[in-house]
Design a protein. Structure first.
Length: 385
């Protein structure tokens, strides 16, 4: 587990080691989102919050990973599929609200309030263990001992008493019931969390990423998949110039329509969605009709229907790189942003590949990535030409 480093003067009053154990050995991903939500609410100046408010924050924070990137919050599956109730809540909200994947946090929270009644079962289930299980690192150090598998009522009473008699806790529990129950943030903990918020949130994110990567082993670039997409991450300018150069000299057929691409009206797009691969590697990029790009969006093309056409255009580009000096220069300009894959540099784009060899190398390396995206839940685009 990543070491949490806090200003030393807080150690005199607060059990910082107990706080650092709040992320230890979670059974579900809830713990990360629970503590993250509390930190964010404290930064907003809150001194207490209801279960309902904290869980709303958790759902909003998990939205992008689940909806945009198809990340599973738990590797534990039941007979009906996903067992993680936070993931269930996000997925249900997406179906009810029809919000776009890149909706703002304000829009997401508004939708949560709009569909609060429908989300109640999932929200209620999130209160069953995490609020008090997260405090287990503070328990049974001195005085009265308690089984950490005790009922929710006993655990909350124990922690409230512990806070009054032995050790200051990050939060305690009010007497309300259900989702209305209050979590009261510790007066001594609030300034510590405010002063060290960047460090604490970074620590939570690091532990969250490790958990999610373990439960999504086939997903690349997971560290970038916790927040809304940053369009500035995309680096397509050199690839665009390369295809401009090619289109100025050759006719290129659109992968989907099989019609000639208009040099003045096309987009450079990813065959396997960028939101899955999280890179702009040349081997996954293609020119396509601008009018189709929004329709394809974050979906996969049908492999059997379109891979050969995609490979055909890639091979045309490859041939021109070695046959036309100007195209070779434009290709070399792509090295910094778009040619990092070792297999592409050493196998796919090496001089001398026949068309059959080129197609075979491309398929051998792309098909597993494509299948991983399918397994992760990416939809296949139903193109009707």
């Amino acid at each position: 587990m990543m070491q949490l480093t806090i200003d030393t003067h807080y150690y005199n009053k607060l059990d910082i080691k107990g706080f650092s154990r709040m992320m230890k050995d979670p059974s579900y991903c809830y713990k990360f989102y629970w503590l993250e939500a509390i930190v964010q609410l404290i930064l907003e100046g809150r001194k207490e919050a209801s279960y309902d408010e904290i869980i709303d924050e958790m759902i909003a924070n998990a939205w992008y990973s689940v909806v945009e990137f198809h990340i599973h919050l738990s590797g534990i599956w039941g007979a009906g599929g996903v067992r993680d109730n936070l993931e269930k809540a996000v997925t249900k909200l997406k179906g009810l609200s029809e919000l776009p994947a890149n909706a703002s946090k304000v829009e997401i929270k508004n939708a949560i309030r709009q569909f609060d009644r429908q989300l109640h079962p999932e929200k209620q289930s999130l209160t069953l263990n995490v609020p008090y299980k997260a405090l287990s690192g503070f328990a049974n150090k001195t005085g009265e001992k308690i089984s950490l598998d005790s009922s929710a009522g006993r655990m909350m009473a124990y922690y409230n008493k512990l806070n009054e008699t032995e050790i200051l806790l990050p939060y305690t529990f009010g007497n309300e019931s259900g989702l209305s129950r209050k979590v009261i943030f510790g007066t001594e903990w609030i300034p510590m969390i405010q002063d060290n918020a960047v460090t604490i949130l970074g620590w939570i994110q690091c532990e969250k990423v490790k958990w999610l990567q373990n439960n999504n082993p086939e997903v690349p670039g997971l560290i970038y998949k916790l927040e809304i997409l940053d369009e500035k991450m995309r680096k397509l300018s050199h690839v665009r110039k390369l295809w401009d150069g090619i289109l100025g000299q050759r006719k290129v057929a659109d992968v989907f329509t099989d019609k000639e691409i208009d040099r003045d009206n096309y987009d450079v797009d990813h065959f396997i969605p960028w939101s899955f691969v999280m890179n702009d590697e040349l081997w996954n990029l293609m020119p396509m009709d601008s009018a189709l790009n929004s329709s394809k969006s974050n979906k996969l093309p049908d492999w059997d229907g379109f891979f050969r056409r995609f490979a055909r255009n890639q091979y045309m580009m490859y041939e021109m790189v070695y046959e036309v000096a100007g195209i070779g220069k434009l290709y070399e300009a792509c090295y910094r942003d778009n040619l990092h894959s070792i297999w592409a540099n050493q196998e796919l784009y090496r001089r001398g590949n026949s068309e059959t060899e080129f197609y075979g190398i491309l398929e051998k390396n792309m098909k597993p990535v494509y299948e991983s995206a399918r397994h992760q839940g990416y939809e296949v685009w139903e193109w009707r030409g």
